[in-house]
Design a protein around this ligand. Structure first.
Ligand SMILES: [Zn+2]
Length: 290
């Protein structure tokens, strides 16, 4: 069953996907992913573009972000985001950081592809168009995290970096952490050069993790085409990095949705040749129900 459940656009509320299973089991938790519908941006950014770094009018982006925040029951002032740089740095966010980056890139948390907080009321957000959103929730320590993993972040193992940051900051234990891997480009559509796949394989293979793997295990992560190009499965690679870091496989939700196969629903950087908008992944604990 698809982990990210879509709720269609209605009465000015954008079309959003929610991790229903988590939200039903954990009142006060909100986690999900926006579609491209229900905003005010036009042309290739039609219509819920949430990122300021693409060629969009800032006023449109802010209106789109406000609509999203309102739809999920958070004040716009709680919207917190970082300047994503395809790195592996994960930043601990406290109440004093709340709202950083909501209206400008300059005021965002700088150079960070992961955010974590235990502050109820801080809405962690990050932006995507094919890259993989990674969600983390520790129900014991009541802490959340959100990371951005393109192939570089995946190969740098930002998944493990996020888990380690939660351990250091909140005393989270991997066996308690729930993870989710959101809509992103699937193995069906993600062709890369051999060296890109090699970087991911190398990182996965450290500490003997893949020493027992058969060729069919490897095919879950990547398949090599006759022309030498590789179809890479970033979702599965991140799932394996999570397991390698001590997350229980039964605690990992994974979306089957490919952004590149579904441009009627999502922005896709690859499919739309870079001329496209960005979706928002979000995770937060609310102050009211927590
Ligand atoms: Zn696809």
């Amino acid at each position: 069953m698809e982990a990210f459940v879509i709720e269609e656009e209605k009465e000015g509320r954008p079309s959003l996907l929610f991790i229903h299973k988590w939200m039903e089991a954990h009142p006060g938790l909100s986690a999900g992913f926006s579609s491209r519908h229900g905003g005010v941006s036009d042309q290739e950014l039609n219509s819920l573009n949430c990122a300021l770094h693409v060629q969009d009018a800032p006023a449109n982006v802010l209106e789109n972000r406000k609509r999203l925040a309102e739809a999920i029951g958070f004040p716009f002032g709680s919207w917190t985001c970082a300047e994503q740089v395809h790195g592996k740095k994960v930043t601990k966010v406290t109440a004093k950081d709340r709202g950083k980056g909501k209206e400008s890139r300059e005021l965002a948390i700088q150079e960070s592809d992961g955010l974590t907080t235990d502050d109820p009321g801080t809405l962690l957000t990050a932006f995507f168009a094919d890259c993989v959103p990674l969600y983390f929730f520790d129900p014991v320590r009541r802490a959340v995290a959100l990371s951005h993993a393109g192939w570089k972040g995946t190969a740098m193992n930002i998944a493990a970096e996020t888990i380690q940051t939660m351990r250091d900051a909140y005393g989270s234990r991997p066996k308690h952490i729930l993870c989710a891997i959101g809509p992103s480009i699937g193995q069906c559509c993600y062709e890369v050069d051999r060296n890109v796949a090699g970087r991911v394989e190398e990182a996965l293979s450290s500490d003997g993790y893949t020493s027992e793997w058969t060729e069919s295990d490897w095919r879950q992560v990547r398949t090599v085409k006759p022309n030498g190009k590789v179809m890479l499965n970033l979702k599965e690679a991140n799932r394996q990095f999570m397991i390698k870091a001590g997350i229980l496989p039964t605690n990992i939700e994974i979306s089957g949705l490919c952004t590149s196969c579904n441009t009627q629903l999502f922005f896709s950087h690859r499919k739309e040749h870079g001329k496209t908008g960005r979706m928002t992944a979000w995770i937060a604990l609310s102050e009211v129900n927590g």
